[in-house]
Design a protein around this ligand. Structure first.
Ligand code: AMP
Length: 309
């Protein structure tokens, strides 16, 4: 069976939304990606780093979902990456209050031998040099390398490294605001074209509660987000989306544009659960039946019959 290799931050998050506030809880791009991808019953492993302060229980949370955590390095005496953010009332935008890179600042990733030939690789949000370091260790070219990143890595200090990774991947998933920042274009259609010219053959632009767009040459596909009654905490929705997208493609082994459309639907479906509770809580308890039921709702939401004369 195909394997999924995930690199990304593993973090402590402190989150504030209009509905409440958390102390330090499990966060980071990699846990969200892995928890989401685990719904496709595929072998997956995380390459990342934490400090000695990282609770063993958090490893167990991932292992309970069959995620291989042996390549999450624990730095003796080190402190885990910390991020805190505060959402505005509309929950569509947020301010980063604090980013402490800690052990992530000088992390040298080591890809486990068993994953050096992984078919699908997700380079989740973290330092682009670490993302590059992972790509360089692979012994065979993956079927698909998917990159996710955020505005933090588009600042002057990192942008050149980020451009080097972007040039090497097949797919980039990015939110609308970041797509505009990266491309310098306001129109998302133009932004996707500019980003495609940087290297990736496929550009996925995530628009939060307004769905997601997939661009490939002249082709475009749009999937709405499921209209939810209650959104509690959007943290990790983008990573959950990337994990669902990658997990589905790993499971099916089909990386055609047509199948990527299905991957976008699965991704949106899984992301819709993530936002229902704080942090990773909802993704930890999510079961197969719930996923299936909501997928049916998705189908009804997006299907229509129209006569074209
Ligand atoms: P998302 O809401 O999908 O953008 O992802 C939020 C997650 O990204 C949080 O759990 C944070 O720990 C993590 N995060 C925030 N800033 C960074 C950063 N600069 N590098 C890596 N991960 C980050």
């Amino acid at each position: 069976m195909s394997k999924l290799l995930i690199v990304g931050s593993v973090a402590f998050d402190a989150i504030e939304t209009p509905f409440g506030k958390t102390d330090k809880i499990l966060g980071g791009a990699a846990p969200y990606i892995a928890l989401s991808a685990s719904h496709f019953d595929i072998p997956s492993a995380i390459v990342s780093v934490v400090g000695e302060d990282f609770p063993k229980d958090y490893f167990r949370t991932l292992e309970n979902r069959n995620v291989d955590t042996s390549a999450i390095k624990v730095v003796k005496g080190g402190k885990t990456f910390f991020w805190s953010g505060k959402y505005h009332n509309d929950l569509n935008s947020r301010d980063t209050l604090e980013t402490q890179l800690n052990v992530l600042a000088d992390f040298n990733p080591i890809v486990p031998d068993a994953y050096k030939d992984a078919e699908i690789v997700v380079l989740g949000n973290l330092n682009p040099l670490v993302q590059l370091g992972v790509l360089e260790q692979l012994t065979s070219t993956p079927k698909l390398a998917i990159l996710d990143t955020m505005n933090f890595w588009m600042e002057d200090a990192f942008i050149e490294d980020l451009r080097r990774v972007i040039a090497k991947v097949d797919v980039i998933t990015i939110n609308d605001e970041e797509a505009r920042q990266l491309s310098g274009e306001y129109s998302l259609v133009k932004a996707a074209r500019v980003i495609e010219a940087m290297g990736p053959k496929y550009v996925v632009i995530k628009k939060g509660e307004h769905g997601a767009l997939l661009f490939h040459k002249e082709q475009v596909f749009f999937a709405p987000a499921l209209p939810l009654e209650e959104v509690f905490d959007p943290t990790g929705a983008g990573d959950t989306f990337a994990g669902g997208f990658a997990g589905y493609l790993t499971k099916t082994g089909d990386i055609s544009f047509e199948n990527m459309k299905n991957a976008i639907i699965h991704a949106s479906n899984l992301a819709s659960f993530c936002v229902e509770k704080f942090g990773t809580e909802r993704m930890e308890s999510l079961n197969r039946e719930e996923v299936h039921q909501r997928l049916k709702q998705f189908k009804e939401l997006t299907q229509f019959e129209i006569e074209l004369s």
